[in-house]
Design a protein around this ligand. Structure first.
Ligand code: ATR
Length: 500
């Protein structure tokens, strides 16, 4: 397990100490980001290590290196020199580490560090991308004896992330820090020990402090959602692949809690991905054994699979993969997850005789359509792009129409159940209500596949009109339980019982 370092970005020492108290039992060391302090506080940092009571890193980060310090190198040198000035009698009163960038070479500071027992972290930051040669940069950083080399790069896509992880795994053992910043680097925050990093940086986000660098995770989330303090470099990795929104998914809280409850040494990690190939490269480099896959990769991953379940073939979308000796096998648990949560919501065994409106014709709607068909519902599919509604409807002998007021009669005729399966209304997606032209009568049951926010505009309106409503959280839980079964072969634990 890598140590957790809390990077403090408060304006005052007192504010930083208050944040540290909030997370004290979830962090191992602390980084004082002097660049975030008010100017008058920047010269008072000498007292910080003793007050913090944890090993402390001194860092004065310039803007070009992802910090906010812009008062010039002279002032920076004075701040560092003052902060390191000695307390020979008690080493715990000194900074344990000082982060000095690759171009900050001041022999008198380096001598002082040796005398006072402060270890140098020799760092290089790439806030906008990756260097041409990781090896070349690394050899510059790691040439001095006794220093801790630190390289922080910003992968521009999942293939960059894959090369970073693969490269880090080839490095010989020594104290070092390797970080992928930004969304595509997010997995390196959780899997830092796999990259051989001695620590993972974290920011006091739930305390209300700004993030110290792009992609930092709060210590609570790191420990609770991502099992960051329970897993090691040898833990089994499961991934969540999809667009950048996977960082906000609720599925890590579910799966990681399930692994915890089942006593399985595994961790489930979001991998924001910009292509199916990049996604596979990245999870292969991390040694993942399985993955959940979401928008927009559910169809794009299919050509990379060695075999697919009949549901994947019927639906044309895959949301779960498992590594086997022959390659990656693909499954679809969306359909069964939706089916189970829908029947529970309605309190029925089938949809026989029900008249249903399905809104949407994308990947999620395809799973819904299969379930509606196999449960013998009479259905109309409405979609912004009418041609997609038509082609999905034709597969199952359903009716179809545009998603606007020209379809009022169709909805009136298929109003027992309305299923919303577009991405409209989802946190981070297109805001709005795709049925804003339709007035709920109060007799419709309404199921919205979106679970973030808990109540979309559409669900709020339906509920006000007296409709029974359900969001996508129970479906998320049921489909996740099925994923757990596929990955582990075990009965899913209680945590997957969700209520919408
Ligand atoms: P998913 O896998 O989540 O279903 P998808 O396959 O991209 O993602 O499908 C998104 C669905 O949301 C589609 O039905 C899409 O309509 P189009 O087929 O016309 O694109 C629908 N959708 C997305 N944005 C929309 C918007 N702003 N208004 C109406 N429908 C929208």
């Amino acid at each position: 397990m890598a140590a957790v370092c809390l990077s403090l970005t408060g304006k005052t020492i007192a504010e930083n100490l208050a944040a540290l108290e909030r997370y004290r039992n979830k962090v191992d060391l602390v980084e004082l980001r002097v660049d975030w302090l008010e100017p008058e506080e920047q010269f008072l940092v000498r007292s910080f290590p003793a007050l913090a009571g944890l090993p402390a890193i001194l860092t004065v980060r310039r803007r070009v290196d992802c910090g906010i310090f812009d008062e010039g190198e002279g002032v920076r040198l004075v701040i560092i020199a003052k902060a390191l000035s000695y307390a020979r009698s008690d080493n715990r009163a000194n900074f344990a580490y000082v982060d000095l960038e690759d171009d900050f070479r001041v022999p008198s500071i380096e001598d002082a560090c040796r005398v006072f027992g402060t270890r140098i972290i020799r760092s290089r930051h790439y806030p906008k991308g990756m260097p041409d040669s990781l090896d070349a940069v690394w050899s510059g950083l790691s040439s001095e004896p006794g220093v801790i080399p630190k390289l922080a790069v910003t992968p521009q896509g999942s293939e960059d992330l894959a090369s970073l992880i693969s490269w880090a795994k080839t490095l010989p053992p020594r104290d070092r820090i390797v970080v992928g910043m930004g969304d595509y680097g997010y997995p390196t925050r959780i899997l830092s020990s796999r990259l051989g990093s001695m620590l993972s940086y974290s920011s006091a986000l739930s305390f209300g402090m700004p993030t110290a660098a792009p992609g930092h995770i709060d210590p609570d989330k790191f420990a609770d959602t991502y099992r960051g303090r329970e897993t090691t470099k040898d833990s089994t990795v499961y991934a969540l692949g999809g667009g950048r929104s996977v960082i906000g998914s609720k599925s890590p809280a579910l799966h990681n809690q399930a692994f915890r409850e089942a006593g399985i040494d595994a961790v489930y990690v979001p991998f924001p991905s910009d292509s199916a190939k990049g996604f596979f490269d990245a999870i292969e480099s991390a040694g993942a054994r399985g993955a959940a896959v979401t928008v927009p990769l559910k169809e794009a991953i299919i050509p990379y699979l060695c075999c697919t379940s009949s549901e994947v073939d019927d639906i044309g979308a895959c949301n779960t993969i498992l590594k086997t000796d022959s390659g990656w096998e693909g499954f679809n648990t969306d359909a069964s997850g939706f089916e189970r949560s829908l029947l529970e919501f309605l309190g029925r065994d089938s949809l026989d005789g029900m008249r249903v409106t399905l809104v949407g014709a994308g990947g999620a709607a395809k799973s819904v359509a299969l379930v509606l068909s196999r449960n013998r519902a009479s259905c109309v599919i409405l979609n912004r792009s009418v041609s997609k509604a038509k082609s999905l409807a034709n597969r199952y002998g359903f009716r179809w129409g545009p998603c606007d007021d020209r379809s009022l009669d169709l909805v009136a005729d298929h109003g027992d159940l309305i299923v919303q399966a577009t991405s409209v209304g989802m946190t981070g997606g297109t805001p709005g209500d795709p049925l804003d032209w339709y007035e709920f009568q109060g007799r419709e049951a309404v199921f919205d596949l979106v679970y973030r926010p808990e109540r979309t505009e559409l669900l709020t309106r339906a509920e006000k009109a007296g409709c029974r409503v359900c969001n996508g959280y129970p479906m998320l839980c049921h489909q996740a339980a099925e994923q757990f079964r596929i990955w582990t072969g075990l009965t899913p634990p209680e945590v997957y019982r969700g209520e919408g």
